[in-house]
Design a protein around this ligand. Structure first.
Ligand code: WQD
Length: 350
């Protein structure tokens, strides 16, 4: 019997590549689409080194709908799409809003066109806790309303979720059939993905210099950066620094495979469903730095600086929905995040 075949957009990116490893290890066939605007073909080597499997990557611009469909058709049929491909730098998006709208929303529209033209039954979308902005109540549940997007990147995540929800709901109305024969979709709202594959053969290696905390910690520890700036210690939190929900990228990847199985087994009763994807605990910036030092024995040179515009004081997930419905639970904690990120930092680019 043929193995289900999954199309992964942004398959050479940080989360895409780790998810492909989990899919291959779970018995799926995979084709990637990635034009390397913020990723490297080296991810394909890492995937092969870990799984022993070579996968096809289609190097095309996903926002060019007709070209992308024409280039992808020959590799089908596909049982599902997982859509990671997006520009994701909050800071960069403020200076290049139209590039972010064209790329992130354009590629999302292409995925819907692909579902129709290539008859693909289900889709998983890579969303972000950014859609919540600065939440009133913690932990954040899925029915917490969107707050005003703080930047164009966050606006694209909110827009794409709205487009997908309306698309899948309209299909189920049009078809009038039970969901089993319709198309269905899931959005996974990531909290703070971090860490690297435990083999140290795959990790975060975007082309843009990282601005996220964990890679900045490891680059400071290895000497690529002179000093880490902690953006503020005057927030209303237990030690004054911001609180985030750090989730190991391998735990994040596993959740995608479980969501896919849920859809392929027709267990989803709604045309569209959203899940928070975080471990359900908050860690402050200073606690994260301390966790790195304990996990690796390496000191981090940091100093306290001014707050970063747009940062929220605290956010972490209520993850009851994904644990109950998809039977997902995190296997790793902040210490595994820090030790695996450090092992990757020591070998990446070699
Ligand atoms: C975490 C904390 C910083 C760097 C972003 C995106 C979000 C998602 C995850 C894509 C904050 C502090 C950081 C540094 C610091 N990305 N920090 N010094 O901003 O929570 O979320 O990445 O989906 O959409 O918004 O992550 O790692 O940048 O910051 O003090 O050099 O670390 O102030 O409190 P963030 P982050």
């Amino acid at each position: 019997m043929n193995k289900p075949k999954i199309l992964v957009t942004g398959g050479c990116g940080y989360i895409g590549s780790h998810t492909i490893v989990d899919l291959l290890d779970s018995g799926y066939d995979v084709v990637s689409i990635d034009n390397f605007i913020n990723s490297s073909p080296s991810a394909l080597k890492g995937i092969e080194a870990i799984t022993g499997k070579k996968i096809e990557n289609i190097d095309c611009d996903l926002s060019d709908t007709s070209d992308a469909i024409q280039r992808t058709r020959q590799f089908g049929p596909f049982d599902g799409i997982i859509h990671f491909a997006a520009l994701k730098s909050v800071g960069e998006s403020v200076f290049q809003p139209l590039r972010y709208y064209h790329n992130n929303i354009g590629s999302t529209l292409t995925t819907m066109k692909m579902m129709e033209e290539l008859n693909i039954p289900c889709l998983i979308f890579s969303s972000s806790c950014t859609v919540y902005g600065s939440p009133e109540k913690l932990p954040v549940t899925e029915d917490t309303p969107f707050s005003k997007a703080e930047n164009p990147y966050g606006a694209t995540k909110q827009a794409c979720e709205i487009l997908y929800e309306q698309y899948f709901r309209s299909l189920s109305v049009q078809s009038g059939k039970s969901l089993a024969s319709g198309k269905s979709g899931v959005s996974l709202r990531y909290f703070n993905p971090a860490g690297a594959h435990l083999s140290a053969l795959l990790g975060e290696s975007s082309l843009n210099a990282p601005t996220n905390l964990v890679p900045v910690i490891t680059e400071t520890a290895i000497g690529l950066r002179g000093q880490l700036m902690v953006y503020g210690d005057d927030y209303p939190t237990r030690d004054g620094s911001c609180i985030r929900d750090y989730i190991h990228v391998m735990d994040l990847a596993r959740a995608h495979t479980l969501a896919l199985e849920h859809l392929l087994d027709h267990k989803q009763t709604e045309p569209y469903q959203v899940y928070n994807l975080g471990i359900g605990e908050g860690v402050t910036v200073l606690e994260a730095i301390h966790a790195f030092e304990v996990a690796t024995g390496v000191k981090v040179n940091y100093k306290i600086g001014p707050r970063r515009t747009g940062d929220v004081a605290a956010i972490y997930a209520d993850n009851n929905l994904i644990t109950q419905q998809l039977h997902w639970k995190p296997a790793m904690d902040i210490n595994s995040i820090m030790s695996s990120a450090w092992e990757w930092e020591k070998v990446k680019g070699k």
